[in-house]
Design a protein around this ligand. Sequence first.
Ligand code: NAD
Length: 489
Amino acid sequence: MNAPFKIEADQSKRMLIGGEWHNSVRGKTFTTLNPATEEVIAEVAEGDASDIEAAVQAARGALTRGAWPAMTGAQRGRILYRLAAILRERSEEVVALESLDGGKPLAATRRMDLPAAIDCLEYYAGWADKITGEVVPARRDAITYVQRVPVGVVGVIVPWNFALMNAVWKIAPALACGCTIVLKPAELTPLSALWLGAAALEAGLPPGVLNIVPGYGTQAGAALVSHPGIDKISFTGSPRTGQFIMRAAAENITKIGLELGGKSASVVFADANLDSAVRQTGSGAFFNAGQVCSAATRVVVDRKVHDEFVEKLAARANALRIGDPRETDVNLGPVISSTQMQRVLDYIAIGKGEGAQAVAGGARLGGRGYFVQPTVFAGVKGGMRVAQEEIFGPVVSVLAFDDEDEAVSLANGTAYSLAAAAWTKDIDRAHRMIERLRAGTVWVNTYGPTDARLPWGGMGGQSGIGRDLGRSALDNYTEQKAVWIQRGG
Ligand code: NAD
């Protein structure tokens, strides 16, 4: 192992159940790899249905007995603030771990994932004592009001592309609301979640409130979503797994929230600041080697500036520095696994077969580590598979349009609805695009920012159901309870 630090603490390889670190019930383990070198980083305990059973029981116990349900919102908030402070104090530790496991450049993890996780924890820490009900004077003969109560035991399943941040997006509001949690991190990136579990205990989270069971989706994940003791499943991942979860959740009529895929468009009009559009759309396409749900995978460009845009975007792609995520000045790391690399290379072959022209990239880079060249396809038509399907790699398709209606129809013409951007200096057109683009987030003259205060999620279809973040995420983790108190009863 050639990590810049050692993963020695025992807990980094075990599962967290009821506030204690355990081996899996069956003693199984799995390995997690460094995608830049293909070397093993660590052996991690592999959970299955029996470990999920223990974790759900621990979470149920912590929800109903002991310190957690006895706490006020202010006390829960203080724990979340302490957890945020630990992330800040020991940021280099968790940044190194996340970058090593997920292949995201250290600098990008430091700049983006970690501050976003800390901000999210602090944002919901602030909410914890402001989750209030409402007095609704329904009858003269009764006092009637509505309480907000924790939804219960939440099953959280997250992917590998923002392992820590995606977990925090769900854990922070769920804890603020007083829920307890069983978290199953992605099998490709279990380490930062286990680190977070240790930090949460250190922050004073009572035992059993946050349980973490690493393992495979088809084993631990499937057991979690079909467990009758789970009140809500909060999932981020692929549409295919989302469908599976919906079906499994139907069995027990478990509530679900699904943050799924994307095929987001960046629409560039001729009056836009072209250099800015190229720069930010390029970052939107290639950040984290394109493994971002809201990646700018389709650039829809006014034909008047199309050739200039393509030339500049290709130059930008060619100038990106690709390499080991631990090196400074690296823009792009590897994709997460050999399977993912093969999938991306297959899509590149599909694009070429469909008649798109690879004006930058188009191949694997080197023979060790899962590196793929940043690839720009020009001459893409709306119906091509590379314009329709989520590739989840550093591949961007450029499509030309002649008028605004065509731009909207190309931008909206997929099964996804997560995010979209419009680039124009014309304020009327910007407002029209905000209205016409079917997406949970619309950016104007920028690409990609998210914030804990703003809701994040798709408008439906393959992008999923519900929203993470923002004030409305508190609704994800609370139930309403209507109360009647009879006067003179
Ligand atoms: P994935 O669906 O393969 O895996 C996600 C998680 O689901 C993992 O923890 C996995 O172990 C688990 N899982 C897999 N099969 C399961 C099953 N049968 N039952 C229960 N759990 C199961 O997704 P991925 O490839 O890891 O992530 C990429 C996908 O995530 C992309 O589609 C991307 O767009 C999406 N994503 C969406 C958002 C968003 O906010 N909308 C954010 C990040 C990623």
